[in-house]
Design a protein around this ligand. Structure first.
Ligand SMILES: *Cc1c(COP(=O)(O)O)cnc(C)c1O
Length: 383
């Protein structure tokens, strides 16, 4: 046993410094090269990164952009969604999913999530469809995918687009009934990712990407991300200025090579948590889908009996960070109450906002830290 007093103050929700220290030499050289080459915008590193990610995604066309929120917005612009069109989203997600829908004057239709995997509820999607519905945005929350086979079936039946918000699940694999697998984000019409530093593949600032298997759609997306420009000074579409910085691409080229290893580290840490928390009856450990691997962007437990906030406070008082993703559902946010629509009951969403707690989860977590965290949780419930 380690002497916890000596290190517990250092437990981080996400430890980016330690992760960086392991690839520092390579990163420093790559960043310096971009600076010396002075190809800051759309330098060769950006093209290389798009190619590398295409390879990782088994061939999907990739358009890098400035952040994950822009990725979602560009995706919706590329699909020509019109003001008033309805887009079905889970009410239990990060605000970005709804925000871009609002910005484009579309109507977010907020529905409930599954009580086990916290992803968009399939039965609620069916109930929410109207003649105005144009798209569904499944959010692969915490690192495992929504039920994509069912979602694609519904999309086909009602002629809807599917935009996967894959900000939290890059590298997760969807497993079909026949056991074939596909990368999360490459199943719907368009996938969107964020390279925000704390995401599973994070850069050293903001970054994002949009991807699709449809070549002509990819070309349109590429234009929209660059002022709708077909060739210089010829603007075919109304676009945005959303580019991945060359410096960030250079960093991502190095980190993408480590992504699978990072995923393994998270999965290993998740297993240790599962084991250490298994016999605390007030805690429900993360559910695993049959149809998806889990890349554990978050390790999120459910606390039974209304003790979540008290537990969080207790953990923080002894130096253990813990976060609530998300404390307030979209349907209770003033901005989205005005423009959005609720379909069905949001029982699970409301319950989850009161009961979920995400524990420290990153590639550098060590077993002794996890033991300290889990022992502290156990002690809290005993006292
Ligand atoms: C992080 C995140 C985004 C937004 O990504 P940014 O790069 O921060 O703009 C969108 N959706 C979800 C679910 C996210 O977790």
């Amino acid at each position: 046993m380690l002497d916890f007093k000596n290190f517990y103050m250092k437990i981080e929700m996400v430890d980016l410094k330690k992760q960086h220290s392991k690839i520092k030499t390579e990163i420093n050289a790559a960043v310096l090269k971009v600076i010396e080459d002075a190809n800051f915008i759309n330098g060769p590193e950006v093209k290389l990164f798009a190619e590398k990610l295409t390879h990782y995604f088994n061939g999907a066309y990739v358009v890098p952009c400035a952040n994950g929120t822009d990725a979602l917005q560009i995706a919706m612009m590329a699909l020509d969604l019109k003001a008033g069109d309805e887009v079905i989203i889970p009410a239990f997600t990060y605000v970005a999913t709804a925000e871009v829908i609002g910005l484009l004057n579309l109507k977010p239709v907020m529905i409930d999530v599954d009580e086990n995997n916290f992803n968009i509820s399939i039965s609620e999607i069916r109930k929410a469809i109207t003649e105005k519905t144009k798209a569904i945005v499944p959010v692969h929350l915490y690192g495992q995918t929504a039920n994509m086979e069912e979602i694609m079936k519904i999309a086909k039946e009602f002629n809807l687009y599917v935009i996967e918000d894959n900000a939290q699940a890059i590298g997760a694999e969807y497993i079909y009934m026949d056991n074939t697998k596909k990368q999360a984000g490459t199943i719907g019409d368009i996938g969107c990712t964020s390279f925000f530093p704390s995401k599973n593949l994070g850069c050293y600032g903001d970054g994002g990407a949009i991807y699709t298997n449809d070549k002509s759609l990819a070309e349109k997306i590429k234009m929209i991300a660059n002022h709708g420009q077909e060739v210089k000074y010829v603007h075919k579409y109304i676009g945005v200025n959303s580019r991945l910085d060359t410096i960030q691409a250079a960093i991502l080229n190095i980190k993408l090579d480590h992504l699978n290893e990072y995923i393994n580290a998270r999965q290993k840490a998740a297993k240790i948590y599962d084991h250490l928390l298994s016999n605390i009856k007030e805690i429900q450990i993360p559910y695993r889908n049959q149809y998806s691997t889990h890349v554990f962007h978050q390790y999120t437990i459910k606390i039974k009996g209304n003790k979540r906030d008290e537990l969080k406070k207790h953990l923080e008082s002894i130096g253990i960070p813990a976060m609530i993703y998300y404390p307030v559902p979209l349907n209770e946010q003033e901005a989205y109450q005005k423009i959005g629509k609720i379909s069905g009951s949001l029982t699970n969403t409301i319950e989850l906002c009161k009961s979920v707690l995400s524990l420290p989860m990153h590639t550098e977590l060590i077993q002794e830290e996890q033991e300290f965290i889990c022992n502290s949780i156990r002690e809290f419930f005993i006292k």
